[in-house]
Ligand binder design. Structure first.
Ligand code: NAD
Ligand code: TYD
Length: 346
């Protein structure tokens, strides 16, 4: 079993939302060394690693996964890469796709070359359920065709195809995980849950795109990082594994839960101009990972309540982000031009 001889990990993108939760999780385990490589883009933040940066087993390096010399050096003496580094927000990919192609496709190629040349034992690549595209009925299985429909999911699918090619052509020991919509502490306030919670905490409305009937499957970040570590230790090389929470909800239901938790009125629900190419539904069949022995543990109601509480208690983390120039500019660009179609219940 690979897990027994994976003692050291390079966690790329480890200062982002899921990456930092992963680093905190594995730092509490019995690995000898965890190296974090992160470019610290607008989404990366060393504050996400509070409490682990001074752990003697953890090293932080600021840098780009597209920098092949740096990546080659850092992978000379680690057993595995777990790759979280990516441009990750669909709305930003609609405004400017260039960085997505650079990091999510070219960056993956750079990592693959390093895995190959330094003969690493594992490369776990963190991908997304969005690569399957809109799923009108049923659930996506790992062998279903990829059908990405926005620049973010297309670049993630591009990265996956590079991995597939390196597995086949060069025997690179890679495994792909496809996680569903993840939520929890330290998520940058641009994805729907943290932006909605922090908007309401500042007395602003929740912006629901279109009719709010789009469906996502919600996965708590602790479950997601445990699922990724499980795949690192027990997954089979050359395979992909869906990691889902088993919690399909319409966006409007998620928004209502936020309002309920914060005791805020329904007229803070603003239905606005829809996202371009908005996928109506994602849904994952998770039989493959559950047959291997892993399933999620956090219930959505508990997870949401705890997440809302975390944001309420950690304004010192998200306040400066929301005040930053980059954030203000993005917020104005993405939300400024949207028409309010309806207020309150749809
Ligand atoms: P995030 O945007 O919070 O963090 C991304 C991190 O990558 C940031 O710390 C950023 O600084 C870093 N980064 C970006 N470009 C880099 C580069 N070129 N070199 C080095 N570091 C770079 O993202 P997240 O939500 O934590 O997502 C992590 C991974 O999980 C991504 O690959 C994403 O596609 C995938 N994923 C996310 C979700 C979700 O709901 N958030 C669901 C499924 C899969
Ligand atoms: P998001 O968090 O951006 O994740 P993804 O696009 O990866 O699923 O969006 C989740 C859902 O919420 C998606 O259907 C788009 C919708 N959404 C809104 O309705 N309003 C918002 O302000 C945002 C950011 C998203």
């Amino acid at each position: 079993m690979a897990g027994e001889y994976i003692r050291s990990i390079l966690a790329t993108g480890g200062a982002g939302f899921i990456g930092s939760n992963f680093v905190r999780h594995v730092a509490a385990g019995d690995y000898e060394r965890v190296v974090v490589l992160d470019k610290l883009t607008y989404a990366g933040n060393t504050a996400n690693l509070a409490g682990v940066l001074d752990d003697p087993h953890v090293t932080f390096v600021q840098g780009d996964i597209c920098d092949s010399e740096l990546v080659f050096d850092l992978t000379q003496d680690v057993d595995a890469i777990v790759n979280f580094a990516a441009e990750t927000h669909v709305d930003r990919s609609l405004l400017n796709a260039g960085e997505f192609i650079q990091t999510d496709v070219y960056g993956v190629y750079v990592l693959l070359e390093a895995v190959r040349r330094n003969a690493l034992r594992r490369f776990v690549h963190v991908s997304t359920d969005e690569v399957y595209g809109h799923v009108p009925e049923g659930k996506s299985r790992e062998n279903d065709p990829l059908d990405p429909r926005n620049p973010y999911s297309a670049s993630k699918a591009g990265g996956e195809l590079m991995i597939r090619s390196y597995c086949t052509s060069h025997g690179v020991p890679a495994i792909i995980t496809r996680g569903s919509n993840t939520y929890g502490p330290y998520q940058y306030p641009e994805k729907v849950l943290p932006i909605s919670i922090t908007n309401v905490l500042q007395g602003q409305p929740i912006h629901i795109y279109g009719d709010g009937q789009q469906v996502r499957d919600w996965l708590h970040v602790q479950d997601h990082v445990e699922g990724i570590e499980f795949v690192l230790r027990h997954g089979l090389v050359g395979e992909a594994y869906n990691i889902g929470g088993g919690n399909e909800r319409r966006n409007v239901e998620i928004a209502r839960s936020v309002l309920r938790e914060l005791d805020a009125p329904d007229d803070l629900l603003h239905f606005v101009t829809d996202r371009q190419g908005h996928d109506r539904r994602y849904a994952l069949d998770t039989a493959k990972i559950s047959e291997l022995g892993w399933s999620p543990r956090v219930g959505l109601d508990d997870g949401l309540r705890e997440t809302v509480r975390w944001y309420r208690e950690n304004q010192q983390w998200w306040g400066p982000i929301r005040e930053s120039e980059d954030y203000q500019q993005y917020f104005a660009q993405n939300y400024g031009g949207r028409e309010v179609l309806k207020v309150g219940q749809w």
